[in-house]
Ligand binder design. Structure first.
Ligand code: HEC
Ligand code: HEC
Length: 251
């Protein structure tokens, strides 16, 4: 009897100890994933895809799947549901795709369509982004409500200069080799959602230094800075000739 009791006790002590260890490792894992690991270490396909020679013909075939949401022009939607992909840096597109496939960035809508079973491995990523990269951008992206000349526009411009330029560049052009996205020309509502998710820790692959930089932003600050970004002019040579332009590959 006594023995059985002792055994039971040591079993429950052991399971308590193992529960504590599990909890500690979960905290450690969370600490790491919330800092640097999640931003750049995940998405192992990224490096591989970046070094492959793209096949544009195949990229166009793959893009048919994407066009269902991002449109054949790659312009996405002004209401922010789908981002514009046209004009984005190849490096950024590959990183985001690899992160989404690796579940390092939540995108339940797109996830099944982006899987290797649906579009293929790293070569397909290289092919489709090469195709996207040659598409001209939407000449009239979705914008915030404050036009040039308003106090909110000016305040947004100041917030941008003080907090964003060092990574996203003077005109929001981004930096390809560092995976800093081009945000110039992107739809206001899409950017607002991403910015909020990044600030509030909901976008796991976010850059930890950006999170730090913007954590004190109020909702109004966020709206003003994104309003400004949505109104930065895109160089003319990167834009389609008109809003009516249709991708001739899909005629
Ligand atoms: C069923 C709709 C759907 C399909 C199909 C789809 N996407 Fe997406 N995609 C989305 C949504 C929605 C988002 C934005 C998710 C969010 O708000 O975080 C997105 C985001 C992205 C992003 C991130 C953009 C950024 O600025 O960070 C990339 C890159 C992308 N998609 C590429 C593709 C490619 C390439 C394909 C085809 C292989 C594709 N998508 C197919 C819905 C779709
Ligand atoms: C320390 C560098 C850094 C700073 C400072 C920074 N960002 Fe970012 N930003 C990034 C990186 C890197 C990403 C992409 C993260 C990833 O890979 O998912 C990003 C993503 C974004 C996105 C989402 C883009 C997309 O296509 O999904 C928006 C919008 C954005 N930043 C706006 C801003 C604004 C506005 C500011 C200033 C208030 C700012 N960022 C400051 C590095 C920075």
């Amino acid at each position: 009897m006594n023995n059985r009791f002792m055994n039971n006790r040591s079993t429950s002590e052991r399971s308590l100890a193992s529960a504590v260890i599990t909890a500690i490792s979960a905290v450690i894992a969370l600490t790491f994933s919330a800092s640097t690991l999640a931003w750049l270490e995940a998405g192992g396909e990224r490096e591989e895809a970046l070094h492959l020679t793209p096949d544009l013909e195949h990229g166009m075939e793959v893009f048919e799947v994407c066009a269902g949401c991002h449109l054949t022009e790659g312009w996405g939607k002004e209401d922010g549901t789908f981002p514009q992909l046209a004009g984005q840096h190849v490096e950024v597109l590959i990183k985001q795709l690899a992160d989404i496939r690796d579940r390092n960035r939540d995108n339940p809508t797109m996830y099944p369509f982006a899987l290797p079973e649906s579009i293929g491995g790293p070569q397909s990523l290289a092919d489709v982004v090469a195709y996207i990269a040659k598409l001209p951008m939407d000449p009239d992206n979705g914008k915030g409500e404050w036009a040039k000349g308003t106090a909110e526009f000016d305040q947004g411009k100041k917030l941008f200069a003080d907090n964003c330029v060092k990574c996203h560049g003077d005109d929001g052009e981004g930096k390809a080799e560092k995976y800093y996205p081009r945000i110039q020309g992107q739809h206001y509502k899409y950017m607002l959602r991403q910015f909020e998710w990044i600030r509030d820790g909901k976008r796991r692959n976010a850059n930890p230094d950006m999170v730090k930089q913007i954590k004190a932003f109020s909702d109004k600050d966020m709206q003003m800075v994104i309003n400004y970004v949505s109104r930065i002019p895109v160089p003319k040579e990167d834009l389609a000739p008109s809003k009516d332009w249709l991708n001739p590959d899909y005629d």
